[in-house]
Write a protein that binds this ligand. Structure first.
Ligand code: ADP
Length: 683
């Protein structure tokens, strides 16, 4: 005797129950949108207390929900809901990515600004201005300390000043006699900066009419002026090179050509690269490759293609005589002839295309001929305004060509100040020291960025370096089957050649194990004897110290990222090292470099115990451990101090990791140095 009915009211069902001869009962049930059938039973009390149920003789009661949405519509709605959820998730992810990208840009900008400040302050012991940020239209005071210059001890010092790299319409301001400041070693003079200035230029002399000058070794002193109505006109720089990362890279030269170009371009200058069009180019990294023109030279047709690589414009020369259709960059018996032809063809292309670059920059023996071909031929034909800059990346090869390029170039550089000194006695370099400068290489902060690195488990900046490195260390231990415990971990990432200090590397492995640390080596040897030697060592260590040492004797870029992040120390005990990138990358990932004091390693790693002053002179704080000798005792000296520091004071060690991450080893600073050099070449 049960009668029931359902009354629809919005999405609420009124549930009316009539038992025969009893007053009607009703209740309300909110029906979900997608419900199709309603199921119920009756009971004599609430769920926990009910005793008697009417479950319709075990079948329960069921009713089709009137006006319920039809099946099709149900799925449409369901789909829409899923779609909405997905959209919300995607928005959330996109938002997070956008915030991350914004933070990346912000960090980059902040670093750049800090580096510019450091650059300006780096000559503070000689020259600085008050205020440091010079604004157009303001009056500034120039301070000068002759104690460390050629004007030391002169009774008078005269300031000779102009603007806009000596091109300002007012010309040279009348020389001003500088006034000594009380209780200080500096002298001072005030200068009114015109509204149309973008750069202040000065030199110092001993007399009003000249005499001895301090012109910073020919570079002059320059201080940028902000907020002027005239902007610095862009320079046009053309690199003529036979390598370019990542499309035609063999070594560091290829990296420098690409990243220096990008950095200089970022500073609003125009950069082009001329490269042979090898058949083995990695075409997938060239954007918008297209035929540009063709010209005849050297008894053949040369097709010119253009494209963009990493945002830099490249002209590819493809001589139809097939000189670059040989499946490799180097390694043919006629490499010298092939690259000589290329250099000549590149200058011919510049001339025939009516280019007027300010700077032609050539590199190593392979594009050295540009220097003298330009001076002997092209300079007289209309490329006259160009100056030639030549960079030595490696003095091991092609000494005769390098010597000749040193002679004919307007300025020459190598890849670190210390390496410049170390090679200064070489006969290819010695006669030209007056135009030879050491400028450090940098690392690409986009490729090496622990905040955006797909090979790391946790992305990190200096703010969460401890957490980020801990996660990376665990992932590294896991991957290489090392014991997962908190021990000092020494990483070594290197080509295994004599240059890299093989005997020192082996010594350091044993010393680290003895100090209860862990060691990971990633390296490969071009020489099979060395490779075999390390394979035996790897096997030996695998059985004796498998939980604390792993030697990976291959080339593995993803693994290198995890080691840079997961290691506490990166060891670089090179016998010689023109610049070295490993120690710079280590610092970018908050790992502490332990290095031998040679070449660029000496210029970039400052010992926490010994190099405070030397670091501060570069506007830095000490950042690592270093040693002199080329024997086991040398390595021990640095490595033991490093490992002890790790055991003795984790808080101090963590702050050191944070500190090195905040140092800028990108191209920001080197690009400023190259620009100064380019400008001085044009004087
Ligand atoms: P060099 O150019 O003399 O080999 P650098 O320090 O200038 O030395 O550059 C070495 C570069 O090669 C670094 O970026 C380093 O990370 C990388 N590298 C060296 N060996 C390996 C390897 N086995 N696997 C991955 N990367 C390596």
């Amino acid at each position: 005797g049960v009668i029931w009915s359902l009354v629809v009211k919005g999405n609420t069902l009124k549930f009316l129950v009539l038992y025969e001869h009893k007053p009607a009962r009703n209740c309300m049930v909110v029906v979900p949108d997608q419900a199709v059938v309603l199921d119920w039973v009756f009971a004599d009390g609430p769920p926990e207390q009910a005793v008697v149920y009417d479950n319709n003789l075990l079948q329960d009661f069921h009713a089709i929900v009137p006006k319920s949405i039809p099946g099709e519509l149900y799925w449409v709605e369901e789909e829409q809901q899923i779609y909405k959820n997905l959209q919300a998730e995607r928005r959330f992810r996109e938002e997070a990515l956008r915030a991350k990208a914004e933070k990346t840009v912000r960090l980059k900008e902040e670093t750049k600004e800090r580096t510019l400040k450091t650059f300006l302050l780096s000559q503070k012991h000689i020259v600085y201005t008050d205020p440091i940020d010079v604004h157009a239209g303001s009056t500034v005071t120039v301070f000068y300390n002759p104690a460390n210059t050629v004007l030391k001890g002169k009774s008078e010092i005269w300031l000779r000043c102009s603007f806009n790299r000596w091109t300002h319409r007012m010309g040279l301001l009348p020389p001003q006699k500088m006034i000594p400041i009380e209780n200080g070693s500096h002298l001072k003079a005030t200068v009114k900066v015109p509204l149309d200035a973008y750069m202040m230029d000065f030199v110092f002399s001993e007399r009003e009419d000249g005499g001895i000058f301090d012109n910073k070794n020919g570079m002059d002193y320059h201080v940028p002026v902000f907020g002027g109505v005239v902007k610095e006109p862009p320079m046009h720089i053309v690199h003529i090179a036979v390598e370019m990362a990542p499309i035609a890279k063999v070594g560091g030269l290829g990296d420098v050509v690409t990243s220096l170009s990008r950095a200089v371009q970022d500073m609003n200058h125009n950069v082009d690269i001329i490269l042979p069009k090898y058949d083995c180019l990695k075409h997938s990294n060239v954007k918008d490759l297209q035929f540009h023109k063709s010209y005849s030279w050297g008894g053949t047709e040369i097709k010119v293609w253009t494209g963009k690589v990493e945002g830099v414009s490249v002209y590819f020369l493809e001589p139809q005589n097939g000189l670059f259709w040989v499946g490799c960059i180097y390694g043919r018996a006629n490499d010298g002839e092939r690259f000589g032809f290329f250099c000549h063809a590149a200058l011919e292309f510049l001339l025939q295309s009516g280019f007027h670059p300010d700077i032609i920059h050539c590199h190593d023996w392979s594009s050295a001929p540009v220097a003298w071909l330009f001076k002997e031929h092209y300079m007289h034909y209309g490329l006259s305004k160009a100056r030639v800059v030549f960079t030595i990346h490696n003095l091991e090869f092609g000494a005769n060509l390098i010597r000749k390029a040193m002679e004919f170039s307007d300025k020459a550089t190598t890849v670190s100040p210390t390496y410049a000194q170390e090679v200064s006695g070489n006969s290819a370099v010695a006669p030209y020291l007056f135009k030879f400068h050491g400028i450090l290489n940098g690392i690409d902060p986009d490729i090496w960025d622990p905040y955006n690195d797909k090979f790391l488990p946790v992305s990190y900046t200096s703010e969460n370096v401890v957490e980020g490195k801990r996660a990376a260390k665990e992932a590294l231990q896991e991957k290489l089957g090392l014991e997962k415990s908190d021990l000092p971990l020494v990483g070594i990432i290197t080509r295994l050649t004599h240059q890299k200090g093989i005997h020192l590397i082996k010594h350091a492995i044993w010393r680290t194990l003895e100090r209860n640390g862990q060691v990971v080596l990633l390296g490969s040897a071009p020489d099979p004897r060395i490779q075999n030697d390390f394979v035996s060592l790897a096997n030996q260590l695998h059985s004796s110290h498998g939980h604390r040492a792993n030697l990976c004797l291959t080339y593995d870029e993803p693994l290198s990222h995890l080691i840079y992040a997961g290691a506490d120390f990166i060891l670089v005990p090179s016998i010689f090292e023109p610049c070295g990138l490993t120690q710079l990358t280590a610092m970018r990932y908050g790992s502490i470099p332990v290095v031998r004091k040679t070449g660029g390693l000496h210029d970039t790693v400052f010992d926490v115990d010994h190099d405070l002053e030397r670091a501060q002179a570069c506007g830095l704080e000490p950042n690592g451990f270093n040693f002199d000798g080329a024997d086991g005792a040398g390595v021990d000296y640095a490595l033991n101090r490093a490992i002890s520091a790790w055991y003795d004071g984790r808080e101090w060690f963590d702050s050191l990791c944070k500190r090195v991450m905040e140092q800028d080893w990108s191209w920001n600073r080197p690009a400023l140095d190259y620009l100064e050099l380019y400008h001085s070449a044009r004087k």
